[in-house]
Design a binder for this molecule. Structure first.
Ligand code: ATP
Ligand code: MG
Ligand code: MG
Length: 551
């Protein structure tokens, strides 16, 4: 484990622990189960779970499930799996804000009894109009001065399901002239005749985010409630509820900057649209910035945690992070840990003319140049083999160190060969190359000349046909959703997925789903979790070899 990078929240927590203000911290990660987690959530997960882990505290997983219409059990399951996969364990059971619905309702009644909440009959549109603007104070609702008994009765009948959706709401009675619009009598409960994934048909009213979050934190004994900056203006309201309710603890909200990555969307709503409209193959499509998509793409949990550490945590908007930083994190992990193999993406047949028909030699090759703990590969050479089409040019420019007519290259781990003849098919396309072997070049330089090019290759007899999926960014522009009025779908990259019928070396037959390799000279690849089988191997390109991250 690398040491944790300092950040203002961590500094504050360490100081509080050192100063004895807090003994053990309690944090929580509170996703709404209305989609899959994305790389932005990973930042929040690493912060909340990481701080608890580092300081001997605990972190809860709490589903913020107050909007049954948009939530699903499938999302709950996926979120739990993603948190575990990232390497974190929540303290105690999985929690749900809906576990506290009875308590929240009792606290709503408490506010009514104290004259601090009222049932409002205005329509949603009227409530918006009455609320005023940044420059204009709001106007009190005509129902604001309702008596306690009438409010309690209406609230109870709302709960029983007597009224239509949108017919009434419960609001806190705070300050319609506040400069903070969140304090202009915020909504505590809305009527929703929906079946909830946890509570079934028990409730006809559902609490708002603001009325739920801080009190759930308090019930759970959360000490540090860490959320993103858009909730900064909600903090006075968060504290108002804690001040005005008999809560068992006093959590504190601290905000930090959201993660935004270039060429990437980090909004569940927009990612859901890509899924629903079929622009991608589900939430875990390897092009998606979801944790499960990145997993399928070949990212490791360690690389995502490392990336979050590199990004850091700041208290002000930190702009766009370069996706090259993310690819750097996985590339350096795989550089150190992925076994090597040869795989030809666009096979071009090569026939060795000066060997016997049944010629065969097998080389023992290191699984990884710096790791003798990795299995040695057995790599066979036969009379017919494949190289990549991109490694041959009939009329090469200067400094083309690959194969061309009359030119020599080394087959990686094997001999130097020379291209003597180019065979074309009826359409004039290159069909195969006839080459001769210089047998005096195995493990040594050729006599009297320099051969610069080294090509990867695969035996035509022993090579394994496989499907290789070359993934690229989903979007062609850095901020696909920058222009709020335009459609981000216009920036979809039409070449975000290119499929190859590739041929890989025999050692790849052993590849199990999610095993990762460096295909030499090509990039890093991962056997697809779902599609890859021993009969039909499917590899996803995780990242290319070249690191473009500028430190
Ligand atoms: P989205 O806008 O994608 O729906 P959200 O904030 O509504 O995101 P939640 O499920 O409520 O999604 O998020 C759970 C936690 O993850 C919250 O504490 C939230 O602040 C945090 N989070 C979400 N997106 C990011 C992000 N891009 N960077 C950092 N933290 C994030
Ligand atoms: Mg949210
Ligand atoms: Mg959201």
């Amino acid at each position: 484990e690398t040491p944790k990078a300092p950040n203002f929240i961590r500094n504050q927590v360490l100081e509080e622990i050192a100063g004895g203000q807090v003994e053990r911290i309690v944090t929580r990660f509170p996703p709404e189960p209305n989609g899959f987690l994305h790389i932005g959530h990973a930042k929040s997960i690493c912060l909340n779970f990481g701080l608890a882990e580092e300081t001997g505290g605990q972190c809860h997983l709490r589903f913020d499930d107050t909007n049954p219409a948009k939530e699903e059990q499938a999302y709950i399951d996926a979120i739990k799996e993603d948190v575990h996969w990232l390497g974190f364990e929540w303290a105690g059971p999985v929690r749900f804000a809906s576990d506290y619905f009875d308590q929240l309702y009792a606290w709503a009644q408490h506010l009514v009894r104290e004259g601090k909440a009222y049932v409002d009959d205005l329509s949603p549109d009227e409530i918006r109009d009455y609320r005023g603007t940044l420059t204009e104070p709001g106007t009190p609702s005509p129902y604001r001065e309702r008596g306690v008994e009438e409010n309690l009765d209406l609230l109870e009948r709302m709960r029983q399901g007597e009224f239509a959706e949108g017919g009434r709401v419960l609001r806190a009675k705070i300050d319609m002239a506040s400069s903070n619009i969140n304090l202009r009598d915020p909504i505590l409960y809305r009527i929703r005749h929906a079946t909830h994934h946890q509570t079934g048909d028990k409730w006809h009213i559902y609490p708002s985010y603001d009325f739920t979050h801080g009190q759930s934190d308090a019930v759970e004994g959360v000490t540090h409630s860490l959320c993103t900056l858009e909730f900064e203006d909600h903090r006075p309201l968060y504290n108002w509820f804690l001040d005005n309710l008999p809560v068992p603890a006093r959590p504190r909200q601290t905000e930090f900057a959201r993660l935004n990555l270039n060429y990437t969307l980090t909004s569940k709503r927009k990612l859901k649209l890509l899924v629903d409209e079929g622009f991608v193959d589900g939430w875990d499509d390897p092009r998606m910035p979801t944790i499960s998509g990145m997993r399928r793409r070949g990212y490791t949990p360690a690389s995502i945690r490392k990336f979050c550490d590199m990004v850091g945590v700041s208290r002000s908007d930190s702009g766009l992070v370069d996706i090259a930083m993310l690819t750097h994190a996985i590339r350096s992990d795989l550089e150190d840990n992925a076994p090597r193999a040869m795989c030809v993406l666009r096979p071009l047949k090569v026939v060795l003319t000066n060997v016997a028909e049944d010629f065969e030699e097998t080389y023992s090759v290191a699984g990884h140049p710096a790791r003798d703990d990795m299995a040695v590969r057995r790599v066979p050479l036969t009379r017919e083999l494949y190289i990549d089409h991109h490694d041959f040019m009939e009329e090469p420019p200067k400094k083309f160190f690959r194969l061309a007519p009359g030119k020599e290259v080394r087959l990686r781990n094997s001999y130097v060969i020379r291209c003597d003849e180019v065979i074309k098919d009826a359409a004039g396309e290159i069909a195969e190359l006839r080459c001769s072997v210089d047998f005096d070049t195995l493990g040594k330089n050729p006599e009297g000349r320099k051969v610069k090019g080294v090509l990867h290759w695969v035996s035509a007899v022993h090579g394994i046909p496989m499907e290789v999926r070359l993934y690229d960014n989903l979007f062609t522009v850095e901020q696909p959703d920058r222009d709020k009025d335009a459609d981000f779908l216009e920036h979809l990259n039409p070449e975000s997925l290119v499929t190859c019928r590739a041929i890989g070396e025999p050692s790849l037959a052993e590849a199990t789903p999610e095993s990762r390799f460096q295909f030499e000279r090509v990039g890093y690849f991962c056997a697809d979790r779902h599609a890859s089988t021993p009969e039909h191997l499917v590899f996803n390109r995780t990242v290319g070899l070249k690191d473009t991250w500028a430190k």
